[in-house]
Design a protein around this ligand. Structure first.
Ligand code: ADP
Length: 404
């Protein structure tokens, strides 16, 4: 069976077509700068035929059409008919409290996303929904599956997900911590268990997803019990351009002092803060370059970034009363040995110790803990798409078995 995975971001579309016999990727690609004259399409197929082109694409529906056309293209495609695709899995940012697991999308699901969830993720949800609708229009017979970034964290206990504000605000508006990157954290927990050779239900794992957005998850017995992102993906760690945790009273004070409206505060926290807010650059490669050149603000940003990750790891060890394994993933987690070393060296109290040689490796997944470390430490390249493809296959297979 062939499963297509679509990830419609605010101005991009990434896709992968899987052959689920062996989970091999038949074709993948991305369309960036959607909404511009010069949208950039990059597509490659299993036989390594590749195309890069720039073309005007003003909305996601058109991007989906471009993607599907490339999959059936005689020169660059890998299938001859869209009917060969058994199901499409869509990455969806927010499931709220309603979607606790992946679903075969019905009209009422779509209406719920549109009416209730769009406002919880105003940057991503419109694009996510548009991607689903476009596929429904073009491939009406093909099941569409929604896989939510929040779903893995739906197992958090109330004590972890509630904010200590008037309870009525939770009851009326469902204001609470939801958490994000769930698909990545789920994948990482599964891989850690496989690498240790133990059932995931017997392990306490801290998954550190450090990309442009960054979050940690405390995973006990295979389920998420706490995570650093909250009601939105702004809470928690310091990120590329996002502030992470800040005293909300400071925002009120800034609004008054600078005479700026709430909408601008939101932009400041999401786009002008984090590494960027301190060092003036939001990309970790640029921060590291500045650290090497001994630039004080780059060094300060780097220290703040590391310190907050370390504090969260410590708090999750407390939350679970122990930890068996810590795993680093995503752009920063996978590519910054020095950051990993500083974090782990500063956690030696817990018996965490890494092998500095092993830590320098660059491959898909590897262990970096020293033989005497009480806690296993791994670097694992995340794979959210394969989890989406598996969930999609499972739901689609259920439909097939029920109809037979
Ligand atoms: P996204 O959250 O957008 O999926 P990624 O997981 O691709 O992001 O991570 C992007 C981050 O990873 C950027 O801050 C980038 O600087 C960082 N990164 C990527 N490669 C390296 C590298 N070789 N060294 C340091 N940082 C890196």
């Amino acid at each position: 069976m062939k499963i297509l995975v679509l990830n419609c971001g605010s101005s991009s579309l990434k896709y992968k077509l899987y052959d689920m016999e062996d989970e091999s990727v038949l074709a993948d690609g991305k369309i960036e700068r959607i909404g511009h004259e010069n949208a950039q399409i990059t597509h490659q197929s299993l036989d390594h035929s590749q195309i890069d082109k720039t073309t005007p694409i003003f909305e996601h529906t058109v991007a989906v059409v471009e993607c599907l056309n490339l999959l059936v293209d005689p020169e660059y495609g890998v299938i001859s008919d869209l009917n060969e695709i058994t199901g499409v899995g869509h990455r969806v940012l927010h499931g709220g409290e309603y979607f606790k697991k992946s679903v075969l999308v019905t009209d009422s699901d779509l209406a719920y996303m549109d009416n209730k969830l769009k406002e919880l993720g105003p940057l991503h949800m419109p694009a996510n929904i548009m991607g689903i609708k476009a596929c429904q229009d073009i491939m009406p017979q093909t099941p569409q599956v929604a896989v939510f970034d929040t779903a893995f964290h739906s197992t958090m206990p109330k004590r972890a997900y509630l904010y200590a504000i008037p309870y009525v605000l939770y009851e009326r508006h469902r204001v609470r911590k939801y958490g994000f990157h769930g698909t990545s954290h789920k994948y990482i927990a599964g891989r850690v268990a496989d690498l240790i050779g133990e059932d995931v239900t017997k392990l306490k794992i801290i998954s550190c997803h450090l990309g442009n957005g960054a979050s940690l998850a405390a995973i006990e017995g295979g389920i998420s019990v706490d995570t650093s992102m909250g009601f939105t993906p702004l809470e928690g760690l310091m990120m590329g351009t996002r502030s992470g945790d800040i005293d909300p009273a400071a925002l009120y004070y800034i609004m008054k002092k600078e005479n700026i409206p709430m909408a601008n505060i939101n932009t400041m926290l999401n786009k002008h803060s984090g590494l960027y807010g301190i060092a003036g650059v939001g990309d970790m490669r640029d921060v590291q370059k500045g650290v090497n050149e001994k630039k004080p603000m780059h060094t300060l940003a780097y220290e703040m970034y590391e310190y907050r990750i370390r504090k969260f790891i410590g708090s999750y060890i407390a939350a679970m009363n122990g930890v068996d394994a810590i795993a680093f993933t995503a752009g920063i987690g996978e590519n910054t040995p020095r950051l990993r070393e500083i974090i782990c060296d500063n956690l030696s109290f817990f018996g965490i110790s890494i092998d500095k040689q092993l830590n320098q490796q660059r491959k898909k997944e590897f262990e970096i803990s020293a033989p005497d470390s009480r806690v296993k430490v791994y670097v694992i390249s995340t794979d959210e798409e394969v989890i989406i493809a598996r969930d999609t296959l499972q739901l689609v297979a259920n439909v097939h078995s029920q109809s037979n």
